[in-house]
Design a protein around this ligand. Structure first.
Ligand code: GUN
Length: 291
C-alpha cells in the first residue's frame, strides 16, 4: 500500500486565504483590523525562526502585527508587565508569548496573566477548562490544525480508534480532547505505556507528538490508518555525512507510508498548519471581542 500524502502546505494556504478574506471583511464592513502581538524573550534560535514566520504571515494576512523582543536577562515582572500592557491595548486582539521562556521565569504565571479572550494559543486554564467541558474555548493551534487535516482527509471520525502518542499540555492533551469531541475512542500513550507497538497497531488514527525522531516504526501502523506526525526533529550533520542537517518527524515516514492510508510529511505537514491556525484564532478572538 502506498499512502496518500496529506499536504499541509497546500491546506494551510487555503486556511490563510480564508483568514485574509475574513480580515478584509472585518476591515471593510466593520472598520476593525485584527491585531496579533508576539512576545519573544531571549535568543533561542528555533523560537526566533518560528516567531519570524508568525510575524511575516500575520502581515501577509492583512492583520496588524506587534512584535516585542525582550532580552533573556529580563525579569519575570518585565514580561508580566508587557502582557498586562497588551491586555489593555485595544489594537491587540491576540497575544502569544513564545515558549520556552528562560528558566528563571514561571511559564504558567505568564500564561495565566494573558487575558483569556486574547489567548490565541489556547494555553490559559480558562481555555483548557472550556475545551475540556465543551465550552467556547480558544483551541491550541497545533491540535486544531491536526483535527482540521483529519476531518478533511477522513470526513466523519465517529467511532474511529485514535491514539495520541504524547501527553503535553500544548499538543497531546488538547488533541485527545478534540478527537473525543469527534466521537473517536481515544487512547493517550506516553513514556510509561506498555507495548506501544500493539497500542498503535490497533488505531485507525495515529497522532505522534513525542519529540523523538522516528520513534514510531512503520510496521506498527495498521494497514489503511491515517498518520499525523507532529514531530519536527533536526538530525545533525554527522549522521548524514554531507554537512547538512535534515528534519524528521516522530514517525518513520518511509516505513509508515507502506502501511498507512494517508500520512503527513515532515516538513510540509502539520508545521504550516500551526501558524495558519494561529491567524485563524486571532480572527476568532477579534470577532468574539467585538460581539
Ligand atoms: N513554542 C513551541 N510551540 C509553541 C506554540 O504553539 N506557542 C507558543 N507560545 N510557544 C511555542
Amino acid at each position: 500500500m502506498s499512502a496518500k500524502i496529506i499536504d499541509g502546505k497546500a491546506f494551510s494556504q487555503t486556511v490563510r486565504d480564508a483568514v485574509a478574506r475574513d480580515v478584509t471583511t472585518l476591515k471593510d464592513k466593520h472598520g476593525i483590523t485584527p491585531g496579533l502581538a508576539v512576545v519573544i524573550v531571549g535568543e533561542d534560535p528555533a523560537s526566533q525562526v518560528y516567531v519570524r514566520n508568525k510575524v511575516k504571515q500575520t502581515a501577509e494576512s492583512g492583520m496588524n502585527g506587534f512584535h516585542f523582543e525582550m532580552p533573556a536577562t529580563a525579569s519575570e515582572e518585565d514580561v508580566l508587565n508587557k502582557v498586562r500592557e497588551l491586555n489593555a491595548d485595544d489594537r491587540v486582539n491576540g497575544i502569544l508569548v513564545q515558549l520556552p521562556l528562560p528558566k528563571h521565569m514561571d511559564e504558567a504565571k505568564v500564561i495565566e496573566t494573558i487575558a483569556p479572550e486574547k489567548d490565541v494559543d489556547g494555553f490559559h486554564v480558562i481555555n483548557t477548562g472550556l475545551l475540556a467541558t465543551g465550552g467556547n474555548a480558544m483551541v491550541p493551534c497545533t491540535p486544531l490544525g491536526c483535527i482540521m487535516m483529519l476531518k478533511d482527509t477522513l470526513g466523519d471520525l465517529s467511532g474511529m480508534k485514535a491514539i495520541v502518542v504524547g501527553r503535553s499540555n500544548i499538543v497531546g492533551k488538547p488533541m485527545a480532547q478534540l478527537l473525543l469531541d469527534e466521537n473517536c475512542t481515544v487512547t493517550i500513550a506516553h513514556s510509561r505505556t506498555k507495548d506501544l507497538a500493539a497500542e498503535v497497531k490497533a488505531a485507525d488514527i495515529v497522532v505522534a507528538a513525542v519529540g523523538r525522531p522516528e520513534m514510531i516504526k512503520g510496521d506498527w501502523i495498521k494497514d489503511g490508518a491515517t498518520v499525523i506526525d507532529v514531530g519536527i526533529n533536526r538530525i545533525p550533520a554527522p549522521e548524514r555525512g554531507d554537512g547538512k542537517s535534515r528534519l524528521v518527524g516522530d514517525v518513520d515516514y518511509e516505513g509508515a507510508a507502506q502501511h498507512a492510508g494517508a500520512i503527513t510529511p515532515v516538513p510540509g505537514g502539520v508545521g504550516p498548519m500551526t501558524i495558519a491556525c494561529l491567524l485563524r484564532n486571532t480572527v476568532t478572538a477579534t470577532c468574539r471581542q467585538n460581539g
